[in-house]
Design a protein around this ligand. Structure first.
Ligand code: HEC
Length: 165
């Protein structure tokens, strides 16, 4: 059967839509790479929290000389605060499938509302920090860091177990 002009036209349209979706796929490859379960997820969330910890350290030494340093560090912390609830899906605690090592306590899931409240307090403090970083006022940044540090600590006290070997 010979290809009609009409049919060729629709194949072309399909091709363009296909390419557009493929490009969207490339754009969102970051979330596609994020592990969803098992030890890979535990390692990934520890890596993200470590990034927040490094950003806190950078801010501790911050002297007001380069606003870009403060805003970048605040952004890292704010990003992690936005991700944290999603990094603890059910079944990724001690004894979960494929999990060999985690400091996450089972209480995270038996008291999910409490854990969410801790995550929200962290997110609120991170928003304060973002606003403070935008002013580049060292006093405000240090004050907001106090709030953030308190939110890290409060969650760890209830939901993070002791260090493992
Ligand atoms: C809502 C709860 C919560 C908040 C808020 C939180 N953490 Fe954590 N954090 C945890 C839990 C639970 C773990 C253990 C994760 C695991 O091992 O699976 C953890 C792990 C970590 C780790 C990985 C290293 C290790 O040995 O545990 C670091 C570093 C860390 N947190 C730093 C921070 C810092 C810094 C902040 C604040 C900027 C913060 N966390 C805020 C719950 C929280």
């Amino acid at each position: 059967m010979a290809m009609t002009r009409e049919r060729f036209h629709w194949i072309l349209v399909g091709l363009i839509i296909g390419i557009a979706f493929a490009m969207l796929g490339i754009g969102s490859s970051h979330s596609a790479d994020t592990p969803k379960s098992g030890q890979d997820l535990v390692d990934y969330r520890e890596k993200r929290l470590k990034a927040a910890s490094d950003a806190m350290q950078a801010l501790q030494q911050y002297d007001g000389s380069d606003a870009a340093i403060a805003t970048a560090a605040a952004k890292t912390i704010d990003d992690v605060a936005g991700e944290i609830v999603g990094l603890f899906p059910e079944g990724t605690g001690p004894g979960g499938a494929g999990i060999e090592k985690t400091r996450a306590k089972a209480e995270i899931w038996s008291d999910w509302a409490g854990f969410e409240a801790r995550a929200k307090a962290f997110d609120d403090a991170a928003a304060l920090l973002t606003a403070a970083a935008a002013t580049n006022d060292v006093g405000q940044i240090k004050a907001a860091m106090g709030e953030v540090g308190g939110a890290c600590k409060a969650c760890h006290e209830s939901y993070r177990g002791p260090k493992q070997d």
